[in-house]
Ligand binder design. Structure first.
Ligand SMILES: NC(=O)C1=CN([C@@H]2O[C@H](COP(=O)(O)OP(=O)(O)OC[C@H]3O[C@@H](n4cnc5c(N)ncnc54)[C@H](OP(=O)(O)O)[C@@H]3O)[C@@H](O)[C@H]2O)C=CC1
Ligand SMILES: CC(=O)N[C@@H](CCC(=O)OP(=O)(O)O)C(=O)O
Length: 355
């Protein structure tokens, strides 16, 4: 069995990790940390775990690191800036690290320090960290010691654009005009479990708003995904605009693209189906079928629809995922499966929940 620890088990991605890892046949959760709930059983805070897990939250203070070093893998389900303080000592002890926050996502230190407003405490380790998107980085993940699990919006944006950027590279021709508009919507759980005025019930229910209008920290991550991860030969100008919608889980990203003359000649439905034919978690919907967030709720699946209007030269890509699963905890486990040479789908095969 793989011995796993979760740092930050009282948050939404933390409890999602407990739920999913408890059903994983090759993993035992041996350590679960929380500073605020140390000594409490997890199923007292989350009755959903009754009969599933009897683990107790620990805050071992100065001894936490020693305890984490005894595990095979540590998941950090904590705010940005926590994992990077312990990752070096963990990897030196041979422990693998999957950070659900952004400490190991951006390769550019300037981008990290600008968008996350803190210095990076282990820039050397950052250089060897792998961006945790298995559908693109599977080979590198197999040898990774530290994985930066992607942000939820970038997962939808990068996977929604992958077939286009790859085909463009292959044909060595611009198939889309440089401007890409990503209009994305997230459920409120995307903002975490911490109480705040902006996230209280009366503010978020029966309401719908844009935010991050002047710039959001996921923009450089999406740009990095297109330029470095997908090695785009062509430059693009990305406009990314997130919205908060009155639902708990779920994310819907609509990507608006303008096709060049060469791009109009491509059968994009076919191109997407071919690109993702072998991917267990990516479902390209049949032509004329459009996704909804309910179709992926509580599952690690990401569903994509493609709408091509040759007369207008438009291509619209619609991507849905559960922000807490494929957008966070599920993807983290998918990464762990690859890092440990397991079947990538292990523990992640549950069907979505309807309604
Ligand atoms: N929610 C989502 O959809 C997604 C979230 N993420 C990222 O995953 C990470 C976790 O998110 P989420 O679960 O929503 O966050 P929450 O705010 O819900 O939970 C944060 C957790 O971290 C712990 N924590 C807070 N500060 C520290 C600290 N300084 N040291 C150790 N533990 C700490 C908290 O527990 P305690 O205070 O008890 O110690 C809590 O368990 C974040 O970085 C987030 O950006 C990524 C993708 C999607
Ligand atoms: C609805 C909502 O507030 N969402 C979060 C994104 C959550 C996430 O994936 O991002 P990080 O891990 O980069 O924080 C936000 O926009 O800040």
């Amino acid at each position: 069995m793989i011995s796993a620890a979760i740092v930050g088990g009282t948050g939404y991605t933390g409890v999602e990790l407990i739920r999913l890892l408890s059903a994983h046949p090759e993993v035992s959760i041996d350590l679960l940390t929380s500073r605020s709930e140390a000594g409490t059983r997890a199923d007292e805070i989350f009755p959903s775990l009754r009969g599933i897990s009897d683990i107790v939250f620990s805050d071992l203070g100065d001894e936490t690191l020693d305890a984490l070093q005894k595990c095979d893998v540590v998941f950090f389900a904590t705010p940005h800036g926590v994992a990077m303080k312990q990752a070096e000592a963990l990897t030196q002890a041979g422990v693998k690290v999957v950070d659900l926050a952004a400490d190991f996502r951006l390769q550019s230190l300037i981008d990290f320090e600008t968008w996350y407003q803190q210095p990076h405490s282990c820039p050397e380790l950052l250089k060897s960290a792998v961006y945790g998107l298995p559908e693109i980085n599977r080979e590198k993940l197999a040898d990774a010691l530290v994985v930066g699990n992607p942000g939820c919006y970038p997962t939808t944006a990068i996977l929604g654009l992958k077939p286009i950027i790859e085909l463009q590279n292959k044909q060595d021709t611009r198939l889309i005009e440089p401007r890409i508009v990503i209009d994305a919507k997230s459920g409120v759980s995307g903002a975490g479990r911490q109480a705040s005025l902006a996230l209280n019930y009366a503010e978020t229910t029966d309401n719908f708003k844009a935010y991050g209008i002047k710039g959001h920290r996921h923009l450089p991550e999406i740009e990095q995904g297109i330029e470095q991860l997908l090695s785009s030969q062509f430059k693009h100008k990305i406009r990314f605009l997130p919205h908060l919608v009155p639902m708990i889980r779920g994310m819907f990203s609509t990507i608006h693209l303008e096709l060049t003359t060469e791009g109009c000649a491509v059968d994009w439905q076919q191109a997407f189906e071919t690109s993702y034919a072998e991917e267990a978690f990516i479902d390209v919907l049949p032509a004329g079928v459009y996704p909804d967030t309910r179709s992926v709720r509580a599952s690690n699946r990401l569903r994509i629809a493609v709408h091509q209007d040759a007369t207008r030269g438009e291509l619209t890509v619609m991507v849905v995922q559960d922000n807490l699963v494929k957008g966070a905890a599920g993807q983290a486990i998918q990464n762990m499966n690859v890092m440990f040479g397991l079947d990538e789908t292990l523990g992640l095969n549950a069907a979505p929940i309807v309604p």
